[in-house]
Design a protein around this ligand. Structure first.
Ligand SMILES: Cc1cc2nc3c(=O)[nH]c(=O)nc-3n(C[C@H](O)[C@H](O)[C@H](O)COP(=O)(O)OP(=O)(O)OC[C@H]3O[C@@H](n4cnc5c(N)ncnc54)[C@H](O)[C@@H]3O)c2cc1C
Length: 337
């Protein structure tokens, strides 16, 4: 009866679920296919002229609406995992540039993966990286999980799947069919990202811009994020392409799409004569922003119980990912008692 609960994915939803269960005294094993935690809230580390540099190339900031999430945000702020991101945010439409004030934006620092890294540090040996779960089956009342290389990861008394909807659908097909169908009903928009560094800060009037037309949808100065020193060279910028432009260029090599995005950056209002960058890399987010959340209300299925979580269960936001992880943890706990 002391078998752990399996959690597939170490993005925020998986880690919020793991942290909730861990706090309640349950033993968990979080299995992640990448080399570290964070999922789409990740930070890319590179070396530039022998110096480490980082880029927050996925999610950028968040706000809180749900009461439970607001509470946890307050705790994260007290612990200095997150801070308000103040600065000159603008909205761009064609040649028109307007201030974009709105509600306060929060960002983890020094990197976007800070929250997930903190959770991961607390879970210690209850986390396994570089392991892609490819099969879940039942054996003697336990869930058996197998990895891509055929090895058995373990036997579990319950599981929570947080891989993107289409991937969860494949994993649960024929095993937990109601949840598999729920996961299959989701869809995502892709997002191409470019990570750019300049030897010195270029002349740009703003620190972040939401763009309503053209190839780019969002540009942010990484050095301007909470926990960074703006004046410290190199000057790092993140460019995100719009959903339409990303879909059109998704099969192109990063060496092709990143320079096109850089050119589009140079043409935005408030940007003057960009110098050639000292670093330019592209990244493809195939499952970037949830367009269609699951149409099903089902959360848990079967005995032993399996639950689903992830932004695709609730909405295309960090807040939704966290809320869904906590809800899945509660649903599993209820199903086990
Ligand atoms: C470019 C971009 C910009 C964004 N901007 C914002 C923003 O500004 N504000 C905001 O609120 N949200 C934003 N988002 C959305 C936000 O990042 C997500 O809503 C949130 O991070 C989702 O967390 P998650 O845990 O549900 O999923 P993920 O972060 O995708 O985590 C799922 C994890 O599961 C792992 N995994 C998948 N399959 C397997 C498997 N078979 N075995 C083991 N592991 C597996 C993956 O590697 C991943 O780590 C953005 C996303 C992108 C890509």
């Amino acid at each position: 009866m002391n078998d752990p609960i399996l959690i597939v994915g170490a993005g925020l939803s998986g880690l919020a679920a793991a942290q909730t269960l861990h706090t309640l005294g349950a033993s968990v094993l979080v299995v992640e296919k990448s080399r570290g935690p964070g999922g789409r809230m990740s930070t890319r580390h590179e070396t530039l002229n022998g110096k480490p540099v980082s880029f927050d190339h996925g999610a950028q900031f968040f706000r809180g609406h749900d009461a439970g999430f607001r509470q946890v945000m307050d705790a994260w702020e007290r612990d200095r995992w997150i801070a308000p991101w103040r600065g000159n945010f603008v909205r761009i439409k064609g040649e028109i540039l307007k201030p974009d004030e709105g509600r306060l934006r929060y960002a983890p620092g020094p990197g976007m993966n800070r929250i997930c890294q903190e959770y991961a540090d607390r879970l210690k040996d209850q986390l396994r990286y570089q392991t892609r779960i490819t099969e879940l089956r039942e054996d003697k009342g336990r869930i058996v999980a197998a990895a891509e290389d055929g090895t058995i990861v373990g036997a579990f008394r319950a599981a929570i799947c947080t891989a993107p909807g289409p991937q969860t659908a494949k994993l649960l097909e024929g095993f937990r069919p109601t949840l598999a169908m729920a996961a299959a009903s989701t869809s995502y928009a892709p997002c191409l990202a470019a990570m750019v560094a300049f030897a010195e800060r270029p002349t740009v009037e703003w620190c972040a811009a939401s763009i309503q037309d053209g190839p780019l949808s969002f540009v942010a100065e990484d050095n301007a994020r909470p926990g960074h020193q703006p004046a410290l060279a190199p000057s790092r910028w993140i460019l995100h392409a719009s959903a339409n432009w990303s879909a059109e260029h998704i099969e192109e090599n990063p060496e092709v799409f990143a320079p096109m995005m850089l050119e589009a950056f140079g043409q935005l209002p408030g940007v003057q004569d960009l110098d050639p960058p000292v670093h330019l890399r592209g990244h493809r987010w195939r499952f970037a922003l949830v367009e269609k959340t699951t149409t099903s209300a089902a959360q848990v299925e079967g005995t032993p119980p399996v639950a689903i979580a992830g932004d695709w269960c609730e909405g295309p936001r960090i807040e939704a990912a966290w809320c869904s992880g906590v809800r899945a943890a509660s649903a599993i706990r209820k199903a086990l008692t």
